[in-house]
Design a protein around this ligand. Sequence first.
Ligand code: ADP
Ligand code: MG
Length: 449
Amino acid sequence: MNNDITKESIWSEIISGLKAVVNQDVVSTWFESLQIVSLNNSSLVLGAPNQFFIEWISEYYLNHLNQVVAKSSVPDIKIEFKVIDTDNLLVEEEEEVVAKPAASATGSNNGTRLLLRYAFDNFIVGESNRFSFAAAKAVADAPAKAYNPLFIYGGVGLGKTHLLHAIGNYAKSANPKLKIYYTPAEQMFLDLIQSIQERNHIAFNNKYRTLDLLLLDDIHYLKGKERLQEDVFHLFNHLQSMGRQIIFTSDRPPREIPTLEERLVSRLMSGMVCDLKPPDIETRIAILNNKAKMDRISVGPDIIYFIAENIRTNIRELEGALIRISGYASLTNTPLTLETAKQVLSDLQISKAPPKPLKIIELCAHHYNITLDQMQSKERTANLVLARQVAMYLLRTFGGMSLKEIGAYFGGKDHSTVIHAIEKITGLKKQEQQISQDIHQITMSINGG
Ligand code: ADP
Ligand code: MG
């Protein structure tokens, strides 16, 4: 390396390069607050005030950084980060305090693998999840007596794993003797592989066949895994015959998991099947308020509302946005205003605009070969009614729109008509393959365009 090059000169070259590719605010917030720690032949080490900083940069700006370094006079240098003490200690101390109870909450679980932080108490109930919540509660109250199996499905980040742990935690506290085990299907698969490799199926059976309550998460993972399907089938028969409870979750209903054998599908459907839908605006607001309270984040209702309006289909992202916005404000010492919130969300480009309602309605009209006018008319031929009901169903599941909002798109229909439509399609979708295919195809085109 050329001796004239110092760590300061490299860093200032990189900083000016960054200014050309990202917003000036980003550079001053995230990069200019880093301190140069050391330089050797191959790497430049930078100090960050805390881990959050490093994660943030790595997640959002690493590509920019690499791109700038590649074009600099030291294209081969590696940039590394480490946390160093700064006068920012206050922020770190606060994080400590918050982190401690969480750590102990996830501590000992007596081999159940249950996470105590997921409970019924902190699960916010709204229209989108009321039914699944009630079913989960019923099963936790009386394992193997209410619904067996219970099958809960829904999209990413809608609370499947949360409910599963909540059932386990509740049942365990009601009856500490119960043998409960939580596992993602993937982990069970690894156990199975291991038992095959070690030719020790007994250990596998001992582990799973002796349970009172098995919480099996994300079983869409069974797709294409015949041996695992076979084992789940036998395990399920065994547990059920012994009067034990199984609860499954999946990202889709049993019938829509490809390559699942018919006998397993009908097994999975033989108890109670219920779904989690994207939460409506009221529920999203309640979830955010609850999260803010639990994490001791003080934010105004305007910001809560703004986040709730912009992130509609994934509760994990909803909560993530709140944490990022408050993290940004505390790190940059800026007040937590609506402006800041807007900026953080747009910088992150995580503002998930849902598909436009009219677009969804148009795609439904197109699918059923009718016009947009017919769709929104009062005409009541069977085909038009079906198309309208499917559109309402999709507006609800995709847009997370309120019943009133949906009704407004169909000449101001009242909310009971909309509920009726959604319930009807939810039912038909389970009974009639044609409807479930229609919905699948329209969904694909909504996602694709
Ligand atoms: P999934 O397993 O469906 O992908 P998770 O159960 O992991 O989703 O939920 C994602 C995050 O959202 C978790 O932090 C969970 O606690 C939270 N969450 C989901 N649903 C709710 C709810 N109804 N009330 C409060 N928090 C929720
Ligand atoms: Mg999950």
